[in-house]
Design a protein around this ligand. Structure first.
Ligand code: PLP
Length: 382
């Protein structure tokens, strides 16, 4: 039997990526920028709709960094951030010398808890500093409680930086994720729903903001024949080669969303009859998830002692990758001295959850290998 590694989420090429890359070579557009970058930005703007502007960058992390600068975040400012996320959501706060304020998750979408968020804002204002921005994340492709979180941002006049790195192709009430915040962020890292082998994008509501982002991403060069600079700049633009891969990937984005959602259904069917294992899913029809990663929660009281750790070990023994959920930022050594608001929802999710292989490129044979491991585990414990 084929025992090759089954990955959590690996790149899945559609077919025409090489055509766009070849074009770049044929026309010697190997330098940064060029027609593929413009083309990818147009493709993304068409896909996202709602009159947004997209700037292609070297990574999602770069997009968050520039987004915070565009929102006016400076050293000493406070920035609110969802605790349960990948560290790249929070690191750019520290690049700027600003202070992260971490917020717990709610149980339905695993994202920003509106109650803890408002409590934090009120308390930070009472302590003398109004937070400059709110970083909200769509974890694993499931949209955060957009109506509630947006309303809080409006009420306290704090802009939202929407970290949609995991949620390209997800939507809420028919509107694409990435277009809800004052600034939106996308990632095309190798493990994301589509990849440029490494890259990201910033989404803005005005042409001026996009132009400002691109100005900062290209070393903040003033309009002069010589190199003149009046602001600190960055080298954060996407290359024309990477953007070529992205253009090919845009052609298969919706197909890949459907395949990932089919993986999610596969797990729902698999665990349907087992009491202690639940598949993470959207709260209601308003939410549409790209199912970037499928995750489960294990209630070991009901599984006869079977824990996330034991499942991970069993999958690993069969050469199948799985991974604990994101460890909350307020529990990370690097962030533990910063304020945290909430209870233990994020921590409990981290302790009882597991991400399972979710790629759009998994075969029936691979699904069967995953299923076999679980059937063995579950018959032993039921
Ligand atoms: C992947 C990811 C990022 C960072 O994107 P890169 O392109 O890898 O820099 C940021 N936030 C979240 C939630 C992510 O999953």
């Amino acid at each position: 039997m084929n025992n090759s590694k089954i990955w959590l989420s690996s790149p899945h090429m559609g077919g025409s990526e090489q055509k766009f890359v070849q074009e770049a070579f044929d026309t010697n557009w190997v330098a940064p920028l060029g027609p593929n970058v413009n083309g990818l930005e147009k493709d993304l703007e068409n896909y996202l709709g709602s009159d947004c502007y997209v700037g292609a960058l070297s990574s999602g992390t770069a997009a968050i960094h520039l987004g915070l600068i565009l929102l006016g975040v400076q050293a000493g400012d406070e920035v609110i951030c969802q605790s349960m996320t990948f560290s790249a959501s929070a690191n750019p706060i520290r690049y700027l010398g600003a202070v992260p304020i971490f917020i717990d998750s709610e149980k339905e979408t695993w994202n920003l808890c509106p109650v803890a968020l408002e409590e934090a804002i009120v308390d930070r204002i009472a302590k003398g500093k109004k937070p400059k921005a709110i970083i909200a994340v769509h974890l694993y492709g499931v949209p955060y409680k957009i109506d509630e979180i947006t309303a809080i941002g409006v009420r306290y006049e704090i802009p939202i930086l929407e970290d949609s790195a995991e949620a390209l192709g997800s939507s809420y009430k028919g509107q694409q994720c990435g277009t809800f915040g004052t600034i939106g962020v996308l990632s095309f890292n190798g493990n994301k729903i589509i990849t440029t082998s490494g890259g990201g994008a910033i989404v803005t509501k005005t042409k001026e903001l996009k132009e400002k982002a691109i100005f900062l991403a290209t070393q903040a060069r003033d309009n002069a024949p010589h190199y003149q600079h009046s602001e600190v700049g960055y080298n954060y633009r996407m290359s024309n080669i990477c953007a070529g891969i992205g253009r090919g990937q845009m052609e298969v984005l919706d197909a890949h969303v459907n395949l990932r959602r089919a993986m999610n259904s596969f797990y729902k069917d698999l665990f349907n009859t087992y009491d202690g294992i639940t598949v993470f899913t959207t709260p209601n029809e308003d939410y549409f998830s790209n199912s970037w990663l499928s995750a489960i929660l294990i209630d070991s009281d009901k599984t006869n002692g079977l824990t996330a750790d034991k499942i991970r070990a069993a999958l690993d023994a069969a050469n199948i990758e799985s991974r604990p959920l994101w460890k909350p930022m307020h529990l990370q050594p690097i962030f533990k001295e910063y304020p945290y608001y909430g209870n233990e929802v994020a921590q409990t999710l981290f302790e009882t959850g597991l991400c399972l292989p979710s790629g759009s490129n998994l075969s029936d044979e691979e699904r069967n290998r995953i299923k076999t491991v679980f059937l063995n585990l579950l018959t032993k414990t039921n």
